[in-house]
Design a protein around this ligand. Sequence first.
Ligand SMILES: [Cu+2]
Length: 778
Amino acid sequence: MYLDLNASRARLREAQNARNNRAEVRRALASGQVTRRELIKWGIFTAAGTLAMTNGLSPYAHSQVLPSIPTGTPRSPLFGALPFTHPLPRLLEQKPIDLKPVTVPVDGRTETLLKWDGHPSELPVKRTSWHTEFSGAKDAETRALFTNPLTGRGPVEGRPPGEYFAHQRWMEYLPKKGFLMSLGVPGQDVALHPQMERQAENKIWSFGPGRLSSGVLPPPLIKMRYGEPAIFRHYNNVARRYEDNGGFGSISQTTHNHNGHNASTSDGASNAHFYPGQFYDYHWSTTLARADMINTTAVDKRASGPDGNGGLVNVPGDFRELQSSLWFHDHRFFYTAENVYKGHVGALNYYSGVDRGNETLDDGVNLRLPSGSMLDWGNTDFDVNLMLSDAATDPDGQLFFDIFDTEGFLGDMMMVNFTYKPFMEVLPRKYRFRMLCASMARWYKLALVNQSGKIVPMTVIANDGNLLPVPVKVNALDTMSSGERFDVVVDFSGFRVGDRLRVVNLMEFENGRGPKGVLSVARALQEKSLDPAIGAIMEFRIVGELESVDVPGSWYFADSHNDRSVVPARLTEQIPIVAPIRERIIEFKRGASDPTDNEFGACFPSCPEGRENPWGMRINGAETHSLNANRVSMVIPRPGEVEHWTLVNGGGGWDHPAHLHFEEGVTISRKKFALGAAERGARKDVWWLGEGGSVKIQVRFGEYGGAYVTHCHNVVHEDAAMLVRFDVLTDPNNPRSSQTHVQIIPTPNPTPDGVTYVMPEIMPEGNPFHRDFNPRPK
Ligand SMILES: [Cu+2]
């Protein structure tokens, strides 16, 4: 294609100027040099409070002349870094710490606290937040014990006080292990490739092990097993002042376990974010869904976790609800995209009797999927987490994010495990890859090719961390939108040492509205696209020997190594579709009727100055609303009831991946688009809807209660308020379930000085107890 080079250069210059000017506006606002009102008066903001689309401010303002670059900004400099020159870093496995129970008397009864083994200065874990002690302190001395040590104000634990945010079913799912981690500032030690610039302070905030540690990259991997509940203690160790955020990211954060079957207290998306110097104890309970309804006495061996000695620990619940490849990431309302992009992310593998992470142990329960066999469970030698994301940098090689973008920010550099286009050495045998789309607004269609560009089939075994009933062999994966996971098995045994294969991205974007289309493998390999993320993104190299990750110092040799893993013809059983108790229609739409209608100001909780929130959601055909965390849009009245939900893309040329927290849904059908090869009857938690499309799912809730959300997982749309809150009520007749959550609880309102509660509004269109509620909306 012929491009006028001078015009092209001029446009790039303008785009870079626009980026600088926007950064200038952002700094002026943050430091209080100008007000939003002044910016509107000067024509820099529109009356709606959004950045005016003028030259010098918006890189899109004059893009009619030349084809646009998806990022809307100049290409990121690569500093000579070539693709496939740096090895894939494996995610950093986190070592759990034993938690030792101690019983203490509290107000005439006893309570079980958990002490961190080998960490005597660490506050024990307990059922209610330490915020309760801070709030209830009778004197300054006692209060000081439970005060945020970094700031000297507010409680030491950010979890809201009292029963509303107490860990539910505490003794039943008493944590045995703890993961002690901080989200911190890595300083100058991290780069996306050794040849690229080191990231400046506060460009990346990532997890590191221990209390008040620096962040590190690559992101962490946490291995959990059924029957071993854990605590994830997250210290907030990022910058203290919000203007020190390197241009993007919120210093108040919260961690969402996507999609662990946990109480809303520990879901990380119940408006309970916390501040620098504080920690938050998340109870990752490993509860198997339907524990109160199916296999309640834990006799089914398939519903189990590995005991560490070749045996199993049975747990109550439905084995068809077992989960495997989960992940965790920030969920601070209005700032999720910035924070996740900045590094607040990790992988979470759940192991079960069926999906053991051991390929040789043959007990009639274990599926023996590719993994390894050096450890009793959780082998990762042949079971590899691949976290896919896209990034963009400024001309100095520093991570860049456009906080005024509400369409979907796209990067032009493809990364796997936060490394630019890596390679990985593999043995000629079967591997399992746990692929995760951790991008903000970009989705993928992936194929695998050999060195002559011919397709090598992959076998999909799990979708969003749920085993498929039967493995599905494909030439290319289904669309993998933001938040979606595919577990695939690739058989390299037909290749010879020295052979190379590549993972190719076929899905083209030109802006954040959604994909432009899918390219053929041949075109994608020739990179015949203006989208720099098209083409090969990772390389596999067949080698003859390989060191073990699970037991470093041990080696595998291709000529003597015997692959004993299998991919059984049946992996699990499908949950049948039945007649629902009620139906709901959930629309993902543009144009909320009340973006500023809130007693707390424009947004609740606080949202960025100067960014409009054009996105909203509509329940059962009522009014469209943007997120207000103090509004309950749907009530789930009783555990166990089957509901059918139709997730609808409200149109306008946009695409949205719909994400449901807490429970998976069984995919029933699609409108406008065909079901994907691995989608029929599959359990999922993110559904790509497609432009003008819809998906019907079957859901069922249980075991825990509280406030959850369902939202668009284009996290830029999500941050522009495309979420709704739903509240799950617990069963008053079940003595094991929380009696606090038999009703809707107040909404936490976090501040650096502590959390107060406010009373939420409940919308009739989503409330089955309301006389206007329609259980069969059309
Ligand atoms: Cu969306």
